[in-house]
Write a protein that binds this ligand. Sequence first.
Ligand SMILES: CC(C)(COP(=O)(O)OP(=O)(O)OC[C@H]1O[C@@H](n2cnc3c(N)ncnc32)[C@H](O)[C@@H]1OP(=O)(O)O)[C@@H](O)C(=O)NCCC(=O)NCCS
Length: 120
Amino acid sequence: MLAAWVAVDGPEVLGHVVLARPGEALASVVGLPARRLVSVARLFVSAAARRRGTAAKLLERAVDEAAAHGLRPVLEVEAGATAAIKLYERAGWRCIGTSAADWTAADGRIAQVRSYVGPS
Ligand SMILES: CC(C)(COP(=O)(O)OP(=O)(O)OC[C@H]1O[C@@H](n2cnc3c(N)ncnc32)[C@H](O)[C@@H]1OP(=O)(O)O)[C@@H](O)C(=O)NCCC(=O)NCCS
């Protein structure tokens, strides 16, 4: 982990996001050296706080931090995570490929993950 933020409303934690070093597999899909990338990960907003723009703000903060360090933000998202996919695509992220993950989804099948590059 390189950086992390939480969104709060008074004493209540609404959500969080981290920036982390990307793995070589994601860097290879993107086609850039891992040292020029940073991975947006662990984006989560509590169920009671959703659809209020919290994730969009957390994502924007992470993307701004990446830009401040001259790094291109990237991420992976499970192909069934439709809310997250809508969020990323609305924020200008571009899907660059889909691949099989090395973990299983809740239904027991090998998860498919979509790889995204953030806005430059
Ligand atoms: C995905 C997630 C982080 C979105 O958090 P959020 O705070 O509700 O999102 P926002 O309110 O900032 O939504 C911004 C935009 O994303 C899209 N979006 C968000 N949730 C959506 C949903 N359930 N269905 C469709 N679009 C959605 C919409 O375009 C939305 O804008 P709008 O509300 O003006 O239409 C949240 O649903 C979550 O924590 N899900 C479980 C964890 C997860 O999937 N994390 C991503 C892992 S890669």
